[in-house]
Structures are given as C-alpha cells and as structure tokens.
Write a protein that binds this ligand. Sequence first.
Ligand code: SAH
Length: 395
Amino acid sequence: MPELILKPGKERSVMRRHPWIFEGAVAHLKGRARAGDTVDVLADNGRPLGRAAFSPQSQIRARLWSFDAEETIDHAFFKRRVAAAVAARAALPELREQQGLRLIHGESDGLPGVIADRYGDTVVLQLNSAGAEKWREAMVAALVQASGCARVFERSDSDVRGLEGLEPRTGALHGDEPGEVIIEEHGVRLAVDIRGGHKPGFDLDQRENRLLARRLAAGRSALNCFCYTGGFSLQALAGGAASVLSIDSSGPALEGARRNLALNPQLDAARAAWRDADVFEELRALKKAGARFDLIILDPPKFAPSAAHAERAARAYKDINLLGFRLLNPGGLLMSYSCSGGIGVELFQKILAGAASDAGVDARILRRLAAAPDHPVALAFPEGEYLKGLLCQVV
Ligand code: SAH
C-alpha cells in the first residue's frame, strides 16, 4: 500500500477525525498511487492514522475513508458504510416516510465525495471525488441492496468534479433510465426531472423549511425569490397564503413550477403568479412600484462556493436582503438562506444585520434554520454545514 506521510503537526486534524488532507499538509508520498487509489496515511513520526483516497489533482490531496488504519477498503467496506447511512435515516420517524430523501451526505456519512438521493424508486448518485469515482460499482451495488430501489442514475455533472480532474458523467448505472418521478412532500406533489433537470433533482435540504413557510403563510401575501420549481411557493399556497408571487430567471424552472402547481388541483392556482426575471432587478422594480409583502423567502443559489468568493458573495446577500427588508409590511417575515460554504452562520447574521440597518428597519431573529436531518453535519466536519437561514420579523 502506498503511504502518504504528513508534515509534522499536520496529523492533528486527522486525529480529530477531519477527513480532508490538504496538499500543504503532505510531506511526501512513498510508493506510487493514481487518482482514487487507497493510501495509508501516516504522521511524521510514522504513526498510522487511517486510510484515504488519493487525489493528485485536487488541493484536497486525500480524503479519509477510515480512521482505522487496519480497515480494508473494499466492496464490503462500502456495503457497510452505505447500509449504515440508509439505516440512520430509517431510524428517524420523520424521515422514514419521505419519498424524496438524501441517503448519503458525503463526508458526514463517512463517504467523502458521495451524494445519493432517493426519489421514490430511483436513486440519483453524484460522485464528486477521485476516490468516489474509483468505487462507482461498489457504491451502486451497495445502494441497490440497502435501499431496495429499482434504479440508480448518475448525475455527476457538478462543477466540483473539475477540481478533482474528473469529467462530467451522467447515465443509468442500474435499471432503466428514469422518466419523470413524482414525489409527495407534506401532501404536495412535485415532479422531479432526474435525467434532464438543470439540477440533479430537488433541494431536499429545504424540506422542513418549506413546511415552516407553509405554517407561516396563512392569510399573508408572499414573495418567493429564486423559486426554482416552486417548492416554497406551493407550500405557501397549501398553508393558505393570500397570494404568492414567485421569481426565477430560469424558464425551465418556471415551467417545472407551473407543472407542479397543475399536479396539485387542491391548491388555489389563482393566488399564484410566476415571473421570469432577475431577482436583483425585480426586487428594485417591485420597490419602485410600491409593492409590499407579509412573507418574503430568499433562497438564492450558492453565491460563494468557497471562502475565496466570500466578499463578493457577501455584497450580493446584503443587496437582496436589504431589498427584502424594504419590501416587508410592518410585522412581516423574512426567511433568508445561504447555501454557500464560504459564508458561515455568524457572517450571514452580520450581513442581515447590515441589510436591516441600511434598510432602516428594526428586525429580530425568530428562528435559526438549517438543512433537514437527512443532511447531517458530522461534528468533526463543520464544512458540512453549508445551509444556514434566519427567520426574521420586522417591527
Ligand atoms: N428555493 C428552491 C431552490 C432554489 S435554487 C427550492 O426550494 O426548490 C436557485 C434558483 O435560483 C434556480 O432555480 C436558479 O434558476 C435561480 N436563479 C439564480 N440566479 C438568479 C437570479 N439572479 N435571478 C433569479 N433567479 C435566479
């Protein structure tokens, strides 16, 4: 087995069970290893620390599969890890019934670079690291066995693969090609386009937050920015919102939203309006037109994929939140999110404080919001906490 020897002191984060070894922490590689190969990780003093997947092109030079230096990384290993992840969800009553469910959440499930979501009978698999790529077949076999699903479809077409030197890859890995899958979330039907969707599915991490929006919506005029296929919008309608205006700049996303509304004849479609527009511009136009809302949801895409983009992203978050605060009626609610890894919880709160201050409003935090529990955050891996949100009320 090739050996990855760390620089003095660099064993500390590994001993705290953090799974990433950055390029700068490596003293040298003893032996030969190609992308995805398993290497032994050793401290400077020769102490074995665990086994990792080697990734020569990435700044994250290795990701630990196991902190047990004796554990064999083979098909049986992935079978155990995948089964444990699936069983952890099944052990939570609130997750057991979900038709759309994240089964594997990467590092926090002990499977760095591996994301697997279940939609009904289909698993969507994303392999985002050289190590995950190497064990594709093992992952598929383990997922089929643990989930009982008929299909596994790969959507490894996210940008992060480039950082690992991997090409995008999509296609059926097990069973036939999935068609449109319809899932039910809190009684609302949602179509998920697994094969062609501009995202590999649906933002399952916001499941509980959509339920919260539904509970808050009764009698309120709502504005849902970055609505994608209307997840928050439909829950707000289900909760009895007086009106819901939804904005997105993607035509296909809005088409999906209209289709989702049509799948739910129990909802009052007359209360829903969809607008194909840039949120930054449209919020200004709404302000100019004198519009006001009682509930505003801001769930933008990742403005800061990493800390390096944090400053520019912070300005964008401030801009939309400032405009959001200005568009609220007295007593109105702002539900605001960031899914940027590069923006921490504290910074996000500071940005909102600045936005409220510049908007000239007094606002309070009613709730701190996070991803649903099928997107756990390993305590040893705080980077896993990408989604953060605040529910604020203006005075
Ligand atoms: N809230 C959604 C997920 C949002 S995903 C849910 O619960 O399902 C982010 C969405 O923002 C995408 O649909 C994308 O098309 C849209 N988007 C990105 N930049 C935008 C912009 N400047 N103006 C409007 N929409 C934008």
